[in-house]
Design a protein around this ligand. Sequence first.
Ligand SMILES: C[S@@+](CC[C@H](N)C(=O)[O-])C[C@H]1O[C@@H](n2cnc3c(N)ncnc32)[C@H](O)[C@@H]1O
Length: 151
Amino acid sequence: MGKLLKVHSLTRFFTDIIIILDSKKIHPAYKISFWGKIRLGIKFYSNNRKIGTGTSHRVVLAMTLKILETPPEVKGDLIECGTWKGATAANLSIVCKMVGRKLKVFDSFEGLPEGKPDDRQANMESSFGQDFSNVTVQKNSQKASDLNAIK
Ligand SMILES: C[S@@+](CC[C@H](N)C(=O)[O-])C[C@H]1O[C@@H](n2cnc3c(N)ncnc32)[C@H](O)[C@@H]1O
């Protein structure tokens, strides 16, 4: 059963890459090929496994799509508010490098506020951010990504 779930999650991951990143709106200036998208998705998968993440891979793919759809003439950098261990920062820094933008990451490292007793999602997530620091984020980013793009 464990193996079957692994195969299922891997298959879902790859179909998500293809479905989400197969957009005609990706700006041609970024010259990203089909295999380039697959390589990007594999890197995300590996970073998420190595570092651990509180953000679903679909959300990261959706953010990636928005970044790739934004024309290069639109000036600006990206910020991540709440980076936790830095997995999404590692992933987005690769995309930022591709499009020539900087990624700035912030975290209080105090976790999320406690939710109301009947708020299951908030209570599951309240420990995110505790016991980590910017040192953890830097270490994780160094292992997994392109630090040039992270500030
Ligand atoms: C769900 S986690 C983020 C998950 C992360 N993006 C990832 O890729 O794994 C939420 C993070 O937001 C941080 N946080 C919560 N409130 C904050 C605030 N007011 N200012 C800065 N960081 C905050 C927490 O410390 C925690 O690390």
